[in-house]
Design a protein around this ligand. Structure first.
Ligand code: MF3
Ligand code: CO
Ligand code: CO
Length: 316
């Protein structure tokens, strides 16, 4: 936690007490609404009832059939994230976003992958300000100046599509806007590092280099992951340089890249809800995530938002 006379996390050079201390109240746990249900005709992942995923040795290189289904799941996840992001405004509660996103999965014929995953109670993660990840939607209304990450995962046609983005709520201070923009760039640099034949550690190296160039820290406790018929496989992708991670990237692999970047410390604490991860010093953090497929030449982003045709375009 920052002390009154420490330099403010926003980089203004002012003391914390003269800058953001009284403007950014630290977040507190809110009230979580009762569980939302999914219609019985929607196919569920194996953990939907028990909360415990059954782990098995899923191939890292996916079959053409799995890849085809993951394209569809990825596109659906991207659309649902866009819908959730459009709701991020002052006065809207994260539970209201959960309700809308929950219905959107169902409208796509999918199941909210996070719902009862290891007991997680909601249909997406909503991580506000100093929350790094796994924030639980509750009755707190978003406030002017907040930043909020929405992490959407759909289970559709037997596979998962996982994507997240950080959204600005109303009028956000310049330091936080810069954090969000640089974090978006960190994901782009990570994706550009994906090439068949390269070691996996090039991804984290690219992300870390960019974050450090802006004076930010990379959160090390949470990593990208293999994904497919299982939400999380044994493959882990750190967002920092890990020299020993020399496993070679191969065409047909599918995994997420999801850097969490902090203005202050990259160390975290977990709330008593056993989910919400916050920065140890209360500084703000941002995150962006895509699910990517390795191709023969580079990468295909499976959760890329649909391209909006230019005005006057004849494409239909
Ligand atoms: N979607 C998150 C990820 O990117 C995982 C959330 S798991 C939950 O891997 F249980 F917290 F929802
Ligand atoms: Co993920
Ligand atoms: Co995610």
């Amino acid at each position: 936690m920052l002390k009154a006379n420490d330099p403010c996390w926003c980089g203004s050079g002012k003391k914390f007490k003269r800058c953001h201390r009284d403007r950014t109240e630290q977040l507190r746990p809110g009230t979580i609404s009762p569980a939302r249900s999914v219609p019985p005709e929607i196919p569920r992942p194996d953990y939907a009832e028990s909360g415990e995923p059954h782990r098995w040795a899923e191939p890292r290189v996916k079959s053409p059939d799995v890849i085809r289904r993951m394209r569809t799941a990825g596109r659906a996840a991207a659309e649902i994230l866009e819908l959730g992001g459009a709701m991020a405004a002052p006065g809207v509660t994260t539970d209201e976003i959960d309700a809308a996103v929950h219905q959107a999965y169902i409208d796509h014929g999918g199941y909210p992958s996070t719902l009862n995953y290891r007991g997680y109670p909601k249909s997406l993660c909503t991580s506000v300000n100093e929350v790094i990840c796994h924030g639980i939607p509750d009755d707190r209304a978003l406030r002017d100046g907040d930043i909020v990450n929405l992490d959407v995962t759909i289970f559709l046609d037997g596979v998962h599509g996982d994507t997240n983005a950080t959204f600005l709520v109303g009028d956000v201070d310049a330091a936080s806007r810069q954090l969000v923009e640089v974090t978006r760039q960190c994901l782009e640099h990570g994706i550009e590092a994906v090439k068949p034949g390269r070691p996996f550690n090039e991804i984290g190296r690219a992300i870390e280099t960019h974050a450090h160039a802006h004076g930010y820290e990379v959160v090390r406790a949470f990593v990208g992951h293999g994904i497919g018929e299982q939400f999380h496989t044994d493959l882990q992708i750190p967002h920092y340089f890990e020299p020993r991670f020399t496993t070679v990237i191969e065409p047909g692999m599918v995994f997420t890249i999801e850097p969490m970047i902090s203005i202050g410390t990259g160390n975290h604490r977990i709330w008593d809800d056993d989910w919400t991860a916050v920065t140890a010093d209360g500084s703000r953090t941002a995150q962006f995530e895509h699910t990517v497929l390795v191709t023969d030449t580079g990468v295909e982003v499976l959760t890329a938002p649909a391209v909006v045709p230019a005005q006057g375009s004849t494409a239909s």
